[in-house]
Design a protein around this ligand. Structure first.
Ligand SMILES: C[N+](C)(C)CCCC[C@H](N)C(=O)O
Ligand SMILES: O=C(O)CCC(=O)C(=O)O
Length: 471
């Protein structure tokens, strides 16, 4: 499809000095008759876990070491880096019959197919500036399209195509969307790192005030940022009533309806066929492992309680997973690959199973290899009849190692919920549970979808320009 025989190409050099001024009033185009081969470092980000012998194992406590260690070893958290186009050396742009080369100041070189660039043109003719949808007709772009010129400017490069169309691509957009190679330094804009925690969080849990969240944009974004960083957050000063708690949930986004209803208000009366509607103890778990798309956030407000027990449990699943990866890398890999069938079948008119009907407990982003979702509820697991005998053995071995860390006192944060203090947590990261209880206990709350939560978070922390650059 793309002609690969290089012919004459224009090599365009520009200079940007420290004060970001274009060094020459016009771009110098130098015609070379040889196709210059670019050697570039494709920096695929495959961290490799350092070998930790068990007896030498020590969980790195200080954040600086932790971040370096995690960045090196591609563990769970990696600070979302901002895209910085260094101004040290000029960015050179070369055009060829099939691709455009951007030679960055850090000596990395991106190669973009001409067709890809044209198909991603963001001019008003090709991309609807309000709906943010593509208007370009991919199938009308000539397959052998070539640029007739490329004019680097201060903030990006203007490309004129041989069909007469002109496109402009910002340097920061090109760097962020470079696919050959993909750059680690263009992780999502969210500037906040994940803060992994253990039982010690009990001394400094993230807390926001209800009135701030409900009355100010800053209060809302501070709340969302805390949820993103810690995986949970308390909200104090909430009237212990259904109306106000429901409004608080809707401050983020609409409530997710499930077979349990929308905004729930439940006690231990088996109103639904699930142990949550009993007074039994519930081990640390994430909810909705039986949904293809588990709820992203879960909100709890304990508004009535006359009895004993019922203390709530929170565990940072990302903390547990990181410890598992460092102590038992094989077990980590098993729980990241073996798929577990799940169901919710306690209501007479319900048999819910995910599609596909089995997911790993630890789920990773195929591009960044980061852990992004934990799906773990050992009580909602279906029969394991799809595994080989060897897989059965390695699964149970890995599960025991996971559980050992999960129930370790160092991992468990036990907290008594009180009327007026709402708990919200990331159901893809933080596991929750409760001690058994006696007496009357009324818990209200809701599920929120992951995508709608993340949308609210991005809208509340990113500028319009940053959002446009992500698309
Ligand atoms: C709806 N409400 C939160 C009250 C109960 C949810 C049931 C929890 C279920 N066992 C799961 O792990 O998904
Ligand atoms: O009753 C509680 O405190 C929590 C119930 C629970 O774990 C759930 O609904 O998933």
């Amino acid at each position: 499809m793309f002609r690969s025989i290089p012919r004459i190409y224009a090599n365009i050099k520009i200079g940007i000095n420290a004060s970001n001024n274009l060094l020459s009033s016009r771009n110098i185009i130098i015609k070379n008759d040889l196709f210059r081969s670019f050697s570039y470092l494709s920096r695929n980000y495959f961290g490799s876990l350092g070998i930790y012998s068990r007896d030498r194992m020590n969980i790195i406590e200080t954040r600086k070491l932790l971040v370096n260690n995690i960045l090196k070893r591609n563990l769970i958290e990696s600070p979302d880096l901002e895209v910085k186009i260094p101004e040290s050396k000029p960015i050179t742009v070369s055009i060829t019959p099939t691709k455009v080369f951007i030679n960055w100041q850090d000596d990395q070189t991106s190669k973009f197919h001409n067709f890809w660039l044209r198909d991603h043109c963001k001019c008003e003719e090709c991309f609807h500036k309000i709906t943010k949808q593509r208007l370009v007709d991919t199938f009308k772009i000539p397959e052998d399209l070539e640029p007739s010129s490329a004019s680097p400017e201060l903030h990006g490069v203007k490309i004129t195509w041989n069909d007469g169309h002109t496109s402009f691509f910002k340097w920061t957009w090109l760097r962020r969307h470079s696919y050959d190679p993909q750059f680690v330094d263009t992780l999502p804009f969210l500037k906040k790192k994940k803060i992994l925690w253990h039982a010690g969080i009990k001394d400094c849990p993230p807390i926001v005030q209800y009135k701030d969240v409900m009355q100010t944009k800053e209060g809302l974004s501070d709340w969302l940022i805390k949820i993103n960083e810690y995986g949970f957050c308390f909200i104090d000063g909430v009237p212990p009533k259904v109306k106000e708690t429901e409004e608080l949930a809707k401050r983020i986004c609409f409530i997710r309806e499930t077979h349990y209803g929308g905004f729930w208000d439940f006690t231990s009366n088996l109103a639904h066929g699930d142990t949550a509607y009993t007074s039994l103890a519930l081990k640390a778990h994430t909810d909705n492992t039986y949904f293809t798309d588990p709820s992203g956030l879960q909100m709890f407000h304990l508004i009535e309680f006359k009895g004993t027990g019922g203390t709530s449990l929170l565990v940072d699943g990302f903390w547990v997973a990181r410890k598992l990866k460092m102590l038992y890398p094989k077990a980590y890999k098993v729980l990241s690959t073996i798929r577990i069938p799940t169901h919710s079948a306690g209501d007479s008119d319900v048999l819910i199973e995910p599609t596909p009907n089995a997911h790993p407990i630890l789920n990773h982003d195929p591009l960044t290899h980061e852990l992004y979702q934990i799906r773990y509820n050992n009580d909602d697991r279906s029969t394991l009849s799809h595994l080989s005998p060897e897989e059965i053995e390695s699964f149970y071995d890995a599960l025991r190692k996971w559980n050992k860390i999960l129930i370790d006192k160092e991992s468990e944060y036990w907290v008594k919920l009180e009327p007026g203090r709402v708990l919200i947590f990331d159901n893809w990261r933080v596991l929750h549970g409760r001690a058994e209880f006696t007496g009357h206990r009324r818990l209200i709350g809701a599920y929120l979808n992951w995508d709608d939560y993340r949308s609210r978070l991005k809208i509340s922390v990113l500028s319009r320009q940053e959002i446009d650059e992500m698309l």
